[in-house]
Structure formats: structure tokens, C-alpha cells
Design a protein around this ligand. Structure first.
Ligand code: KG4
Ligand code: ZN
Length: 336
């Protein structure tokens, strides 16, 4: 008998519901993005996000069940993102999950969104099993994690200031490219020269696996100001390409070193910035040189989606069992 999870993700600006079988197989994965709404404000507006989740959630739940050709009674577990994320947005998902769990008498489990990003890889690679190193790069977090088994994580490095995705978003905004910044920077960089401007690669101490991206962001802003003051032409594509290369060089160097130091032979890329093609290519190239196998999910499972929450819910339920119906939201939830 297969075990089916109905999972809800509503931590930021995607309302998503998915049905996942045995932690590995996607039966449906409906994602309703609010990006168009937030684009005109240049970033996610929390109050608007909550309201849009509220308007969409019932429809998205129904759609996910319909696409999987199931009804709520066929589901074995309700999984929901409990954090980290925007408090109002998280509350919409949690309230719906509780209502369904209560009405249909199903167990409920809260899931860590960042753990979900890692688990996205179990859906795309049926052979992938821990242990491995994961580089988790999203809009709000940057982690280097030793994934010891399906539910045990040790954070070996994290950002001390801006997250990788955040730096893409901030630099894109300064360049007038719009939101979300990652895909816009990647696109502009395609016709730019990554060597045009020598932006800093902040490695911190030699043995540290922590990151710092705010200095790089400031260097880009200073460069733009200086060029403007001197009335020199700014080549947006070159700035985008040089900035992106600086981020990638640091992410890739630290990820390879952490895997080698911890004698792991697999690296798993997760989170929205994991959708960045040059990052995938550079990491694949460097991993191959040292005999490490690289895994990454398809684009749709890199950015926020409920299928990844369904996978994480399955493994956590099998290990720890269900949560109570008074489950709370944790906007600043860490990974360990
Ligand atoms: O994981 P995610 O969808 O949401 C969070 O949990 O934060 O990540 C969103 C982040 C944004 O900062 C976005 O700019 C970045 O992922 N991103 C990218 C790309 N696609 C999305 N960054 C670089 N290159 C991309 N292609
Ligand atoms: Zn995310």
C-alpha cells in the first residue's frame, strides 16, 4: 500500500498544494505564483501575500486532489510548511491544513521549508540517498548542510548577512531589472562579460564555511554610483555577469571544499538560486574534477513548491510521527 501525503506550501509568494506518494513520487503539484502581483512593488509585500494565499488556497487544494484523481479520504497525512517564512502567509497554510486534518480525521505534520528544498531532490532522483552535502540557496537563506540521514542535518556554514538570492534581488533592483532578481540577472549576464569588473570574492577565514554577500552587494552599488558620477556608460550586462560570477565562485569553492573535508561523494543543490544555470554548470564542472557526483532538481522543484514539502513530511512522519492540532508557525525557524 502506498502512503499519500497532501502537502501545502504558503511561506512566501507561491500558493502550492501537492500530492506525493511514499516521499518520492509526485501525483500532482499545483503552484499558483503571486509574482505578477508583487512585481509592481519591486518585492514581496507580506500583507498582500497573505490575502492572495487566502483567496487561492481552497481552489489550489481542490485542483491538486483533482489532478491526482483522489479525494481527501484517500490521503494518509497532511503536511504543511511551518517555517521559516512570512508569518501571515504561513498561517494561511497551517490553518487550512489543520481544518482538513480535523474534518477528515487525518494526521498532521509541520515541515521546515528549508528541509523541503533539500528533499526536492528525492523527487527528481529516485536513487539519491543520504548522506550528502547540500548547498541550500534561496531568497532568505544560504546554508551548507551535511545531510546525515533523511531527517538529521548539521549546518556547516551559513550566511552572516545577505542570502545569495537576496543579493541577486538587491543587485537586480539597483540595475533596474525588476523582481525576482535571480532570473533577470542570469538573463542579462548571458550577453555580458564576467571578467569586465573585478568584484570581491568574500571568502572570510580560510577554514570558515560561512558566507557574506553584503560586501559584494555594496561593491556593486559603489561601482554604479562611481560610474554615474563620472558620467561613464554602465553596461548592465557586464555588471550582471561580473556580479553573478563573483557569487558563483564563492558558492562553488566552499561547497567543493566542504564536501572534500567531510569526505562526502555527493553534492545536492537546492533552493531557488539552484535554478541558476551557470551555477549548475560551474558546480558540475568542479565536482567532476574531484570525483563528486552532483544532483539538482528540475527548475520547477528548485523554487517554492508543495511537492518538496510532501517529501519532507513523509520522512519526518515516518521517523517522529504526527504533530498535535495546536501546531504553531515559526517564521524564523532554523535548519537543525
Ligand atoms: O527558494 P525560493 O523560491 O524562495 C525562498 O525560499 O526564498 O528562492 C527565491 C530566490 C529569489 O531570491 C530569486 O531571485 C532566486 O531564488 N532565483 C534565482 C534564479 N531563480 C530564482 N537566483 C539566481 N538565478 C536564477 N535563475
Ligand atoms: Zn524556498
Amino acid at each position: 500500500m502506498s502512503f499519500k501525503v497532501l502537502a501545502i506550501e504558503s511561506s512566501c509568494d507561491e500558493t502550492s498544494v501537492s500530492i506525493v506518494e511514499d516521499g518520492r513520487k509526485i501525483l500532482s503539484n499545483v503552484i499558483l505564483s503571486q509574482i505578477k502581483t508583487h512585481q509592481k512593488y519591486g518585492g514581496v509585500v507580506p500583507e498582500i501575500a497573505s490575502r492572495e494565499h487566502l483567496e487561492a488556497i481552497n481552489y489550489v487544494i481542490k485542483q491538486a486532489l483533482d489532478e491526482a484523481d483522489l479525494s481527501l479520504k484517500d490521503v494518509d497525512l497532511i503536511g504543511v510548511t511551518k517555517g521559516p517564512g512570512l508569518i501571515g502567509a504561513l498561517l494561511v497554510g497551517i490553518s487550512s491544513a489543520k481544518a482538513m486534518a480535523l474534518a477528515a480525521k487525518k494526521p498532521l505534520i509541520g515541515v521546515n521549508h528549508m528541509e523541503g528544498h533539500i528533499c526536492a531532490n528525492y523527487l527528481s532522483d529516485p536513487d539519491l540517498e543520504p548522506p550528502f552535502i547540500s548547498l541550500v540557496v534561496s531568497g532568505g537563506h544560504t546554508y551548507l548542510v551535511d545531510v546525515k540521514d533523511y531527517t538529521t542535518y548539521e549546518v556547516l556554514g551559513q550566511t552572516r548577512d545577505d542570502a545569495a538570492g537576496e543579493s541577486f534581488d538587491k543587485v537586480a533592483r539597483a540595475l533596474g531589472l525588476g523582481y525576482p532578481g535571480g532570473p533577470k540577472i542570469q538573463k542579462a549576464a548571458e550577453s555580458g562579460d564576467p571578467k569586465a569588473i573585478d568584484f570581491p570574492r568574500v571568502m572570510l577565514d580560510k577554514d570558515s564555511f560561512d558566507f557574506s554577500f553584503s560586501g559584494l552587494k555594496t561593491a556593486v552599488l559603489n561601482y554604479l554610483n562611481t560610474e554615474k558620477m563620472a558620467k561613464r556608460e554602465i553596461v548592465t550586462e557586464d555588471v550582471a555577469a561580473s556580479f553573478q560570477q563573483a557569487v558563483l565562485d564563492v558558492l562553488v569553492a566552499k561547497t567543493i571544499k566542504v564536501a572534500l573535508d567531510n569526505k562526502r561523494d555527493k553534492i545536492v543543490l537546492s533552493g531557488g538560486v539552484g535554478a541558476n544555470k551557470p551555477l549548475r554548470d560551474l558546480l558540475a564542472e568542479e565536482a567532476e574534477k574531484v570525483g563528486i557526483k552532483l544532483y539538482y532538481p528540475p527548475l520547477i522543484l528548485c523554487t517554492d513548491n508543495a511537492a518538496m514539502i510532501g517529501s519532507a513530511a513523509y520522512y519526518n512522519y515516518m521517523k517522529y510521527g504526527a504533530d498535535e492540532l495546536d501546531l504553531k508557525v515559526y517564521p524564523n525557524l532554523g535548519l537543525e
